[in-house]
Design a protein around this ligand. Sequence first.
Ligand SMILES: NC(=O)c1ccc[n+]([C@@H]2O[C@H](COP(=O)([O-])OP(=O)(O)OC[C@H]3O[C@@H](n4cnc5c(N)ncnc54)[C@H](O)[C@@H]3O)[C@@H](O)[C@H]2O)c1
Ligand SMILES: [Zn+2]
Length: 384
Amino acid sequence: MLSYQPALSVAVLKEPVRIDVKVGSRVSPIWIGDGVSERAGALLDAQRVGRRRFVVSNPVIWRFHGEAIARALGEAATPGPARRRTDPILIPDGERYKTLLSVSRIYEALIRVGADRGSAIVAVGGGVIGDTAGFAAATFLRGIALAHIPTTLLAQVDSAIGGKVGVNHPLGKNLIGAFYQPVAVLIDPILLRTLPRREFRSGLYEMVKYGMIASRDLFDRVARDTKAIFDRDPAVLLPAIIESCRIKADVVSADERESGLRRILNFGHTVGHALEAATKYRRFRHGEAIAYGMLAAADLAVARGALADRERQALARLITQLGPLPPVVDLTIGEVLEVIRRDKKVIDGKLHFVIAIQIGATMTIDDVTEEELTAVLERLGLKR
Ligand SMILES: NC(=O)c1ccc[n+]([C@@H]2O[C@H](COP(=O)([O-])OP(=O)(O)OC[C@H]3O[C@@H](n4cnc5c(N)ncnc54)[C@H](O)[C@@H]3O)[C@@H](O)[C@H]2O)c1
Ligand SMILES: [Zn+2]
């Protein structure tokens, strides 16, 4: 009797895909595949990640996925006694807990259970957990091994890759941090099924960003398969995540410390960060602010004659298609410009600004004037 054959793309992707971030002589591997988190113990064993592993997560994520991940981490690659389970270190949910105090709580828990230099931290969560636990790993005993199991789309395609870890300071976001490459990243799109739609969409804008900076094909796929992606259809979502990770891994491998190429990852982030800061990080999810930032960067490029207007329109259409964005009409151009002037991307008084020259290619310019930015922000809808 004939039986139904699954689509080839699903069948061939059964085995996890491995992508390497290469920094100096070190390799930081990423495994991507539906169900890889269920094989976490074996995959981390293969990578010789720490004799003892301590999970850092938050109560929301742990309620959804803790049981399965704890079980997976307890299973070894080769038959033998299961690893002794320890309680996860849970820090409260939310960006406002991305602080040195949370890092200190992690140190305390590690000291109490007798963690040593052979121990590892496994960060299970979104960008907040990954950045905070990552900074703890980078600094505890001058550095212990770090593995990421990212659980938001944003973390899967962006924050868990590239080695930036850190926390916020009361006077500013991400002011304290380090470059610290994980020994392994396990990306399991199945974990995204419990992610609220708005959080999922926030990560999608970063995916659109990868399309804008490096892959028209990825951009077109997100535009064409929007519904299937939102439905988290593995046949569509998994390849799009893989492509995004490949782009980020390639860029970071070429330039870990953001002295050149890595800056292209900041496409949309100059105006995006400024919108986030001007609204005290309360109004926008990160990706939503980046969506506005990309529109601004494309608009500026069109105004300079560097980008065809139909390309800008395609970006605007896709962003509209993905869903509503919080408003910007009540913000003043002045308050946003004020934040841009203090941006980390200002080097020797010059603002480095990434613009698109077509969908899939960018360039960096350092001669953007305040007049240009004012006009762009006005067209974006901000008040004079
Ligand atoms: N290190 C980097 O390179 C880098 C890059 C981009 C962003 N970031 C940082 O990442 C942070 C934002 O990360 P984020 O967008 O992942 O937000 P987040 O970590 O706050 O997670 C968003 C929300 O989703 C919940 N959640 C996570 N996984 C879930 C799941 N599978 N099911 C249900 N709920 C889930 C979380 O508890 C949280 O409430 C910011 O602090 C930003 O600075 C870092
Ligand atoms: Zn970003």
